[in-house]
Design a protein around this ligand. Sequence first.
Ligand SMILES: [Fe+2]
Length: 277
Amino acid sequence: MSLIDPTSLSHLRERYPRSPGRLRHHLAAEGLLGYDALAAAARALPRQHVERRVHNASNGEAFRVLDSDAHLANAIAAGGASSGWIMLRYIEQLPAYRALLERLLAEIAPIIGSATEAVRDIKGFVFICAPGAYTPFHFDAEHSILFQIAGDKVLAAYPPAPPFLDLARREAYHRTGENVLEWKHDYAALGEKHLLARGDALFVPYAAPHWIHAGYKPSISLSVTWQCRKSRAIADALSLNPLMRRVGLPAYDPVARPSAPWLRAAAGRFGQRIGLV
Ligand SMILES: [Fe+2]
């Protein structure tokens, strides 16, 4: 049986890669995404890839990692986090989950491949959240699909452009990995909000800022992320910007120049190899 409902693919085809696109899926029937299997996965992953954060942080600064004496697998086995936000990071390290991610992406490969070529750097994240858990405004420098497995969530997506995301934040991410964005109250009315119930999924475009709010039940979500040739080139070109400014040349801005920056990317990779950037 397909993991993704084939009748939902036409919507993704219309929207990929620039706009959020909804899908329907059958992942809730997958044993790998129940609490028992996820508890076993949490034990199998390196300890630093299982983290708990403040579940009701209203902004990025408050969204801090919480220390935990007991292994978080215990909380997952007990039916999730009663007051937490738990993430299993890089779940593709576990062969069964790697196979699941590859099956999912194989089902949408015709859509992805014709628009952005082959997928690269497949990664998986599982979020096990208490009712009402909030993921503050942030962006991810990758393409992603969030599959809702249990409970529901609202995800609000914004264009990857100012005022939500500026060039300085993009460059800082590639230097430091920091992806939390400043929130302003007047943004609340501007996002494209999607209610995701069990069986729903949402494609989130590369670098599109978003926030996520879990509903009244415990929530389980799987996020599958990937890079494409162009997204890699954007990262390499952005890494060259500080050097370009130092020598008085214009910096690369993906909003001002939507075409792929192949030449700057090649220069950026060369600069990285010789330690210049
Ligand atoms: Fe995200």
